[in-house]
Design a binder for this molecule. Structure first.
Ligand code: SF4
Length: 210
């Protein structure tokens, strides 16, 4: 049996515990967050501060043992930044599973590491924003859900080929927060064309939790 190395360190932006997942399939679930530092994709509306690559943002090395000691919820969401840029991500996932935690990973899909198949993967592609970071092919098959941030509605056209090939996984359309008043009516129209898709709101922002 594999045993994780608890001394391995990862650059941590922040952690927080006992909040609710605000987005996608696990909306409303009690979760802890581990936010890994770093993302090169550079989305202009990035709400975690990485639109400029994260200059000046905190990045503190923490061991997996230190991260495990902070956990309080049954599910742990590993987010970023972009978690898959870190070669020790599979080790972290393994350690969380060994600690009997459920694991979710949120990714743009621009990078891949061979994480456990037990990890739930939320693919939120950003290739339409920065074509230098295309989604790795494996992630279109491996993802457990697709969460598409909608600003204009054209995002759906950009990924339609892949979404048609992935009809068996849930697809969430989430208004880009800064333009949500415009994006929500667009999403309601898109749902009429794609009734199996679902609206995802950033619930945590509406209820004022992290
Ligand atoms: S991919 Fe995600 S973390 Fe990276 S810049 Fe875009 S929104 Fe921010």
């Amino acid at each position: 049996m594999l045993v994780s190395n608890l001394q391995v360190k990862l650059p941590i932006h922040e952690t927080f515990q006992c909040t609710v997942q605000g987005e996608g399939y696990w909306t409303g679930a009690l979760v802890d967050f581990i936010r890994l530092a770093g993302c090169p994709v550079g989305c202009p509306w990035c709400d975690t501060g990485y639109s400029n690559g994260g200059k000046g943002l905190p990045s503190v090395p923490q061991s997996i043992a230190q991260l495990l000691a902070q956990l309080q919820s049954p599910r742990v969401v590993i987010t970023g930044g972009e978690p898959f840029i870190h070669q020790n991500l599979p080790e972290l996932v393994l350690a969380l599973l060994e600690a009997d935690k459920q694991v979710s990973i949120e990714t743009s899909g621009a990078y891949w590491q061979n994480v456990s198949p037990l990890a739930w993967i939320t693919l939120s592609p950003k290739e339409h924003i920065n074509p230098k970071y295309p989604v790795q092919e494996i992630l279109w098959k491996r993802a457990n859900e697709v969460k598409l941030v909608v600003s204009t509605g054209e995002e759906l056209d950009f990924y339609s080929k892949y979404l048609v090939d992935n009809v068996n996984i849930p697809v969430y359309l989430q208004p880009e927060w800064g333009t949500r008043d415009r994006a929500i009516p667009i999403i309601l129209e898109l749902l009429k064309q794609h009734p199996s898709y679902r609206l995802s709101l950033q619930t945590h922002k509406f209820i004022g939790v992290q």
